[in-house]
Ligand binder design. Structure first.
Ligand SMILES: [Zn+2]
Length: 311
C-alpha cells in the first residue's frame, strides 16, 4: 500500500468514525416543537443607520474576549443559564438571523437565556448577549424579541462595554493598557473596588450622559437591523412603553420621587426620548403597518416552554 492510499484509507476511516459520532451525538427529535422560519428580509439601503466608529478602546481582538470573561466572572457569574435546548436553539436562530443583517455580520455571537425574573437584556462584549426570563415573559411577539436582541447586538458591535470600561479604567485607576487575560481581570477587580470606595463616581458617569448616548445609538441601530431582518422596527418602542407603564403602575403614579430616581440613575434614556428617535428613523425607510408583527409558531412554542420553567 502506498503512503497516499494508506492516508486516504485513514481519512475515510476518520470520516466514517466522525459520521458515527455525529449520528450518536444527535439528540432525539422533539416532534411537539415547531421549527423556526425567518421572516422575509428587506433589501432597502439604510444610509442613515449608525455605523461603529473609532473611540478609545483598549479591548480589541482577543482582549475583548478577556474582558467579557472577566465581566462574567466578577459581575454576572450569579446569573443561571436556562438549560432548555429548544429555548436556546430558538434564541440563537433569531439572534443569528439579526446578526446577519446587523452592522457586524461576521462577528461570532452567543445568546444566553437566564433564569432571572427581572426583565433585562445585556451584552458583556465579545458577542455574548444575555436575556432574562423576565424579558422573555415581557415580549409579546418575535418582533419585540428581535428589537431587544438587536439593541444588544448594536451595543456589542459598537463596543459600548469595552469603551465604557476603557474610559472608567483610565479615569478611576490610570490603567491605559492591558496585555493578558489576567491583567484584564485584575484591572476590572481594581475598578470595582474603586467604585465601592467612591460610589459617586458611578453616578457621575450616568449623569454625564455617555451611557444615554450609547443607548440612543443602540436604539437607532436596532431600528435598521430589525427592519432589514424583516421585523416591524417599531416593536422595540412598543415593548419599552409597556415596560415603563408597568413600572409606573408598580410604583404608583403619585410617587414622583421614585420616578425621579429611575430617571436619574437608570442608564436608559426616558421612553418618550427613545420613541421620538424611532419615529425620526422611520422617515428613512418604508414602514410596515404600525402594529403588524411576524407570525411565528416557534416564538409561541418558546413562550410556552419559558412559562413552564421551574420558579
Ligand atoms: Zn441598552
Amino acid at each position: 500500500m502506498t503512503t497516499v492510499v494508506r492516508l486516504k484509507l485513514i481519512l475515510v476511516l476518520i470520516a466514517v468514525l466522525a459520521g458515527v459520532t455525529i449520528t450518536l451525538a444527535l439528540p432525539p427529535q422533539d416532534s411537539t416543537l415547531t421549527t423556526w422560519t425567518p421572516p422575509s428580509t428587506r433589501k432597502a439601503k439604510t444610509p442613515f443607520a449608525p455605523r461603529p466608529l473609532g473611540g478609545d478602546n483598549i479591548f480589541k481582538g482577543e482582549a475583548e474576549k478577556w474582558l467579557a470573561n472577566s465581566i462574567v466572572k466578577l459581575e454576572v457569574g450569579f446569573l443561571m443559564p436556562i438549560d432548555d435546548k429548544f429555548v436556546n436553539e430558538y434564541l440563537s436562530q433569531v439572534g443569528n438571523h439579526l446578526v446577519a443583517h446587523s452592522v457586524a455580520p461576521a462577528k461570532q455571537h452567543q445568546f444566553i437565556a437566564t433564569y432571572d425574573l427581572v426583565a433585562n437584556a445585556m451584552t458583556v462584549g465579545g458577542g455574548r448577549i444575555y436575556i432574562s426570563r423576565g424579558m422573555l415573559n415581557q415580549v409579546e411577539n418575535e418582533d419585540e424579541l428581535a428589537g431587544v436582541l438587536a439593541h444588544e447586538i448594536a451595543h456589542d458591535a459598537f463596543g459600548h462595554a469595552p469603551k465604557t470600561v476603557t474610559r472608567q479604567l483610565f479615569w478611576m485607576t490610570g490603567v491605559r493598557k492591558v496585555k493578558t487575560a489576567e491583567e484584564v481581570e485584575s484591572a476590572l477587580a481594581k475598578l470595582l473596588a474603586e467604585y465601592e470606595k467612591k460610589p459617586l463616581a458611578a453616578i457621575g458617569e450616568s449623569l454625564l450622559g455617555f451611557a444615554r448616548f450609547d443607548e440612543l445609538e443602540a436604539d437607532r441601530a436596532a431600528f435598521y437591523n430589525t427592519y432589514k431582518a424583516g421585523y416591524n422596527p417599531h416593536a422595540l418602542a412598543t415593548v419599552l412603553k409597556r415596560m415603563e407603564r408597568d413600572m409606573k403602575e408598580e410604583m404608583g403614579e403619585e410617587d414622583g420621587w421614585a420616578q425621579f430616581i429611575v430617571l436619574l440613575f437608570g442608564s436608559h434614556p426616558p421612553t418618550p426620548q427613545r420613541s421620538m428617535a424611532f419615529s425620526w428613523e422611520s422617515n428613512f425607510v418604508k414602514m410596515p403597518p404600525k402594529d403588524s408583527h411576524y407570525q411565528s409558531a416557534a416564538f409561541n412554542a418558546m413562550k410556552a416552554k419559558v412559562a413552564k420553567l421551574p420558579k
